[in-house]
Design a protein around this ligand. Sequence first.
Ligand code: FAD
Length: 454
Amino acid sequence: MPVSASALRDIFGAAFTTDPAECLAYGYDNSRRQAQPDAVVFPTAHEQVVELVRACRATHTPLVARGRGTNTTGATVPEAGGVIASFERMNRIVRIDVDDRLAVVEPGVLNGDLQTALAAHGFFWPPDPTSSPYCTVGGNLACNAAGPRAVKYGSCRENTLGLRAVAGTGEEFRCGVNTTKGAVGYDLTRLLIGAEGTLAIITEATLKLTPKPAAKTTLSASYTDVAAATAAVTRIMAQPVVPCALEFMDGEALRLARAHAGAVIPNAGALLIVETDGEPSDLPHAIAALAIAARGAGLIELHTAADAHEAETLWAARRALSPALRTISNDKINEDVVVPVSRLPELIDALRGIVKKHAIPIVNFGHAGNGNIHVNLLPRDAAELARAQTALPEVFRGVIALGGTLSGEHGIGLAKRDFLADALDPAALALMRRIKTQFDPDGILNPGKLLPPA
Ligand SMILES: Cc1cc2nc3c(=O)[nH]c(=O)nc-3n(C[C@H](O)[C@H](O)[C@H](O)COP(=O)(O)OP(=O)(O)OC[C@H]3O[C@@H](n4cnc5c(N)ncnc54)[C@H](O)[C@@H]3O)c2cc1C
């Protein structure tokens, strides 16, 4: 291994391993890809990360930051070997400052633990991936993760004020602000968010907090078919009351959800979960506005959840969908494409055409208010897997033709890297490559991820 065990011992004491059996456990992620790292280190302080990056740069050793490996794109798989920096022990909430509505955290804090700590102060941090109990804030930032709430509150990029980080050059820096406004220089904070650990390693984040709304109401709207539901999404997003969640499930997703949650999930062609939050006195007006927009051709039933328990049952069924897909296919291909909401009906039509042509099962659900649909191709045998892989570029081309993009929240990693050139302006891609060179001239940080080979 280029960076020596004795150099790692100098930085981390006993908090590292080169034991191949222990390293094996850090070489995979939720993409189910696997590669063997040479060493795994467990930083607990910013200074250790600075020394680590410098040692890796001096020896041209690949260095991959890792939260909890829940990403779906192979973004933490150390294809080129080298060192995995697992942030599981750098997990302190440094400060919660309610007066200035911010929290300062280390990258290994679990999203769910942060939300619990913030709730005690009456606040939350909006990014809410379904994996919240198991994924880290560092991983969230590096993927620009989000969830149902993004339709109203935004993703990591809209909810992060500043970062402390170490570039691939070994330079340490702070960027961003502690204030809710700032117009000073290039926005390095937003650049690092979504960079998948390819530009710099994040060692601290200053997060923007939002007060917890006092009340919430959940509606479910069932439709005869997908076209009716997606047309309703467009109507809902075209009126002034922004829901705090607008989720979509197609008929096949509903069948799976019913198996999990029973009769609370209707037997229909498609379903929308529409949620609104705010002051209790404002909710009746918001619900009325959303209900008017949800009504239209193809509506079967519009139902208001009677209480928090009924709403939670609906959400639990929605959350169970992703794991439930494994009961159909061990090789599911889970994409998270995005199109402008007005193009959702065309997207669903195009997907129908593609799956019919290639004869593969497909289940669609997702964050319809953002036009972000999880397209799940579900091959059940080798022949279907080969056909699904042929279909995938057609899915991406269809999305791009509709003015959409490849990923809304999961990122690029290895899985979508080779499609990036189709999604980006060539001049923009060339600028990205030059930015990468500025931050990481020797290409040690998460090599092979996000940018396609030149
Ligand atoms: C059941 C399930 C449901 C999910 N639902 C959602 C969802 O609703 N929305 C969503 O957005 N995602 C979802 N995901 C995907 C995943 O949970 C997110 O991408 C999450 O942000 C990854 O966090 P992690 O801690 O596991 O990061 P990892 O997977 O370990 O790493 C992800 C990326 O972050 C980089 N990274 C990690 N730490 C740092 C650091 N300190 N500095 C720089 N780079 C770093 C890694 O190098 C890698 O590129 C889901 C995953 C699962 C398994």
